[in-house]
Design a protein around this ligand. Structure first.
Ligand code: COA
Ligand code: AMP
Length: 632
C-alpha cells in the first residue's frame, strides 16, 4: 500500500470524527453541525447533527454561485428515443427551482414524501433535486417493478404526490407506466393527493380528471422557489430494497452525511473533480443511480450522464464506447453483467477501436461479485484500471474500494480491495467470534457505520434492529459472506440470506416464494438463485403441488411465471421452475435450499446430516435434468 493510503487509513482509524469533520468542510452548510457523531443511542448513530444544509444547493446552486453556470451538468443520451440533450448548471437551476415551485404549489412541504416513478430521463433527476430543494423526501421506484410492488411503496411511504411519466422504453417494447400506476393506487390503502405526469411522445397516457396533472403545463406555470434549510439528520430520501420477505425495506438516507460522504467519494474513490465527465450506467431507481447518477457527480460539480439505453442492442455492443468517446467520459461505472453482455456480443472488443477513448481513465464495477474473466476482459480490451468496489443500498456508497484518488493498491481479481477509511470491516463466525484472515464468515462492520449509510428503516426501528443489528451486537450485519486476506483485502462471496442478485438487481427469493405459494395448486415451494452466464444468477422455483392436482405441469409453470412477472415485475426475470414430488428438508422441517442450489449448479455437496430422506435429492436431480440443469 502506498504512503498516502496508509496515512489516510491510519489517521481515519485513530480519529474517525476528526477525519469526517475535515471532509464536512468541503460542502456548503447553512449552519455547520454542532456534533460530528451523535452516539448516545446505539445502534442508532447520527453524523453531523444540529447542522442545516440543502442537498439541492450543494448539487446545483453552489456551482452557479461559483461561476460554473455554463458548464454542462447533465448529458442526456437516449438511443431508444434518438435524443441527445445537454443541460447546463444554469438551466438545471431554472428547471429544478420551477419543479420545486410546482411541488410546493401542490401542497408538498418539508418532510412530505413524493414518489418518483419515472424512466431514465432528466426529469427524474430534476424531480429528485426539486424534492431536496424544499426538504421533501423522495422515494424513487424502479420502472421494472409491477403495480403490486409500487403499491407496497405507496402504502409505506404515504406520498402526498406522485411524479411519473406516460411510459418507459425498453428495446423490445414500450412500458406503459400509467396503467401500472393507476392499478397501484387502486390497490393501495393510502391515496396520493395528485399525480403529475410527463407525457412522452412514444405513448400518451389517459389522465384522471381532478387527480392527474400534466408535467409540462404545471412546469410552465410554476414559480421558481429557493432552497430551504434542512436539518442535517432529516431524511433526504427513502429507497426501498429487497429484504428476506416480500415487504421491501425502506432505507432512510440522512441528508448531511450523504452530502459529505458522496462528495468525498468522488475525489477519493473515483478520482473525479469538478469539470470531469462521470457516467454511472445504471438507473435512478437503484441506489447506484441515486448516489452516482444524481447526487455525487453534481455535488462535486462534474457532468453526469443520463443514458436511456442498454449495453447491447441500442444499437450494438459498442454503445458504451460511443458514449464514453462522444462525451469524453473520464470514469464509468456499471455492473459486471453489463460487461458480460457486451463481451458476449463482441468477445474480441473490436468495436472499441471505432471510438476515441483517450479521455477514459477508469472502469468501475459493482452491484454483484465481479468474476475474474470480466475483470481481465476490461483490463485487456479497455486498457484502463478496472476497479471493483462493494456496497449496498443500505450503505449508499462503498464499503470496500480501491481509492483511485488517494493511491491505488494493486488489483486482486475477485476482491473489491480495502475497506474505505473509518469502515471497520470484520469477519465473524456464527457465534460472533472474529475469524482469522482467509476464513469465510459473516461480513460485518463495527458500529458506527461511516457517514452516508442508512440512519434507519422508514418508520420501522424494530425491523432495522432485527435485520442488521441483532445478530452481532455492536456490528452492522451486511448480509454478505466472505473473508479478508492477509493484506486486508475483502472478498465478498455470497449472501447469507434469501437475497439474490440478478443482472446486478437485488431481489428477494422470499418475495417470489410468497407469490408462488398463493397459486391454488401449490402446496409448498422454494425459490433460489442458480448460476447464469450473463446475469450472474437467475431465480429458479421448486414447486410441490397439492395432492389431487391433475392439471398439466407446464400450464401451472406458465401461470407461476406469469404471476411473478405481474406481481413483482419483469425485472425479477423469473422464468425457470420445476415441479417436484417433495422438497428436501432437515428433520426439523427447514428446506435445504443450499443443497438444492448446489445440485442445480452441478456443484459438489455433502449429504446434510440432518436430512429427513436422502432419496429426495435424487428426485430433485431428475426433475432438473428435464430442464437441462445442471448446465455443463
Ligand atoms: N422498466 C420496465 N421494464 C424493465 C426495466 C425498466 N426500467 N428495466 C428492465 N426491464 C425489464 C426488461 O425489459 C426485461 O423484460 P423481458 O423479460 O420482457 O425481457 C426484464 O425487465 C429483465 O431486464 P434486465 O435485467 O435488464 O435483463 P435484459 O435481458 O433485458 O438485459 C442486461 C440484460 C445485462 C443488458 C441488463 O440487465 C443490464 O444492462 N444490466 C446492468 C444492470 C445495472 O446497471 N444494474 C445497476 C447496478 S450498477
Ligand atoms: P444493492 O443493495 O442492490 O446494491 O445490492 C447489494 C448487494 O450486492 C451486496 O450486499 C452484495 O451481495 C452484492 N454486491 C454489490 N457489489 C458487490 C461487489 N463488488 N462484489 C460482490 N458483491 C457485491
Amino acid at each position: 500500500m502506498g504512503q498516502a493510503m496508509s496515512k489516510i487509513l491510519s489517521e481515519a482509524k485513530d480519529n474517525p470524527q476528526a477525519f469526517w469533520a475535515q471532509a464536512a468542510k468541503d460542502v456548503v452548510w447553512i449552519e455547520p453541525p454542532k456534533t460530528i457523531l451523535e452516539d448516545s443511542n446505539p445502534p442508532f448513530y447520527h453524523w453531523f447533527t444540529g447542522g442545516k444544509i440543502n442537498g439541492c444547493y450543494n448539487a446545483v446552486d453552489r456551482h452557479v454561485a461559483e461561476g460554473k453556470g455554463e458548464q454542462a451538468a447533465i448529458i442526456y443520451d437516449s438511443p431508444v428515443t434518438d435524443t441527445k440533450r445537454i443541460i447546463t448548471y444554469n438551466e438545471l437551476l431554472d428547471e429544478v427551482s420551477r419543479c420545486a415551485g410546482m411541488l410546493a404549489h401542490h401542497g408538498v412541504g418539508y418532510g412530505d414524501r413524493v414518489i418518483i416513478y419515472k424512466p431514465m430521463t432528466p426529469s427524474a433527476v430534476i424531480s429528485m433535486l426539486a424534492c431536496a430543494r424544499i426538504g421533501a423526501i423522495h422515494s424513487v421506484v424502479f420502472g421494472g417493478f409491477a403495480a403490486a410492488e409500487l403499491a407496497k411503496r405507496i402504502d409505506d411511504a404515504a406520498p402526498k404526490l406522485i411524479l411519473t411519466a406516460s411510459c418507459g422504453i425498453e428495446p423490445s417494447r414500450i412500458v406503459a407506466y400509467k396503467p401500472l400506476l393507476d392499478e397501484a393506487i387502486e390497490m393501495s390503502a393510502h391515496k396520493p393527493q395528485a399525480v403529475i405526469l410527463e407525457q412522452r411522445e412514444q405513448l400518451k397516457a389517459e389522465m384522471i380528471e381532478g387527480r392527474d396533472f400534466d408535467w409540462h403545463d404545471e412546469m410552465a406555470s410554476a414559480n421558481a422557489v429557493d432552497c430551504v434549510p434542512v436539518n442535517s439528520e432529516d431524511p433526504a430520501y427513502i429507497l426501498y430494497t429487497s429484504g428476506t420477505t416480500g415487504m421491501p425495506k425502506g432505507v432512510v438516507r440522512p441528508t448531511g452525511a450523504h452530502i459529505v460522504a458522496l462528495k468525498w467519494s468522488m475525489k477519493h474513490i473515483y478520482d473525479c473533480e469538478a469539470g470531469d465527465v462521470y457516467w454511472a450506467a445504471s438507473d435512478v431507481g437503484w441506489v447506484v443511480g441515486h448516489s452516482y447518477i444524481t447526487y455525487a457527480p453534481l455535488f462535486e460539480g462534474c457532468t453526469t450522464v443520463i443514458y436511456e439505453g442498454k449495453p447491447v442492442g441500442t444499437p450494438d455492443a459498442g454503445a458504451f464506447w460511443r458514449v464514453i468517446s462522444e462525451y469524453k467520459v473520464k470514469a464509468m461505472f456499471t455492473a459486471p453483467t453489463a460487461i458480460r453482455a457486451v463481451k458476449k456480443e463482441d468477445p474480441q472488443g473490436t468495436l472499441i477501436a471505432d471510438y476515441d477513448m483517450s479521455h477514459f481513465k477508469y472502469q468501475f464495477l459493482a452491484g454483484e461479485r465481479c468474476d475474474p474473466d470480466t475483470l481481465r476482459w476490461c483490463e485487456e480490451k479497455l486498457g484502463v484500471p478496472t476497479i471493483d468496489h462493494w456496497w449496498q443500498t443500505e450503505t449508499g456508497w462503498s464499503i470496500a474500494a480501491n481509492c483511485m484518488g488517494i493511491d491505488p493498491v494493486p488489483v486482486k481479481a475477485g476482491s473489491p480491495a480495502l475497506p474505505i477509511p473509518t469502515c471497520d470491516v470484520q469477519i465473524l463466525d456464527e457465534g460472533g467470534k472474529e475469524l482469522p484472515s482467509g476464513e469465510i464468515g459473516a461480513i460485518v462492520v463495527k458500529l458506527p457505520l461511516p457517514p452516508g449509510s442508512l440512519s434507519g428503516l422508514w418508520q420501522n426501528d424494530a425491523r432495522f434492529i432485527e435485520a442488521y443489528m441483532a445478530d452481532f451486537p455492536g456490528y452492522y450485519k451486511t448480509g454478505d459472506a466472505g473473508y479478508i486476506d492477509e493484506d486486508g483485502y475483502v472478498y465478498v462471496m455470497s449472501r447469507t440470506d434469501d437475497i439474490i442478485n440478478v443482472a446486478g438487481h437485488r431481489l428477494s427469493t422470499g418475495g417470489m416464494e410468497e407469490v408462488l405459494a398463493e397459486h391454488a395448486d401449490v402446496a409448498e415451494c422454494a425459490v433460489l438463485g442458480v448460476n447464469d452466464e450473463l446475469k450472474g444468477q437467475v431465480p429458479m422455483g421448486f414447486v410441490v403441488l397439492k395432492s389431487g392436482v391433475s392439471r398439466a405441469g407446464d400450464d401451472i409453470i406458465s401461470e407461476l411465471v406469469a404471476s411473478v412477472r405481474s406481481r413483482i415485475g419483469p425485472v425479477a426475470a423469473f422464468k425457470l421452475a420445476v415441479i417436484v414430488a417433495r422438497l428436501p428438508k432437515t428433520r426439523s422441517g427447514k428446506i435445504l435450499r443450499g443443497t438444492i442450489q448446489k445440485i442445480a449448479n452441478g456443484e459438489e455437496y455433502a449429504m446434510p446430516a440432518t436430512i429427513d430422506d436422502p432419496v429426495i435429492l435424487d428426485e430433485i436431480q431428475d426433475a432438473l435434468s428435464h430442464i437441462g440443469y445442471p448446465k455443463s
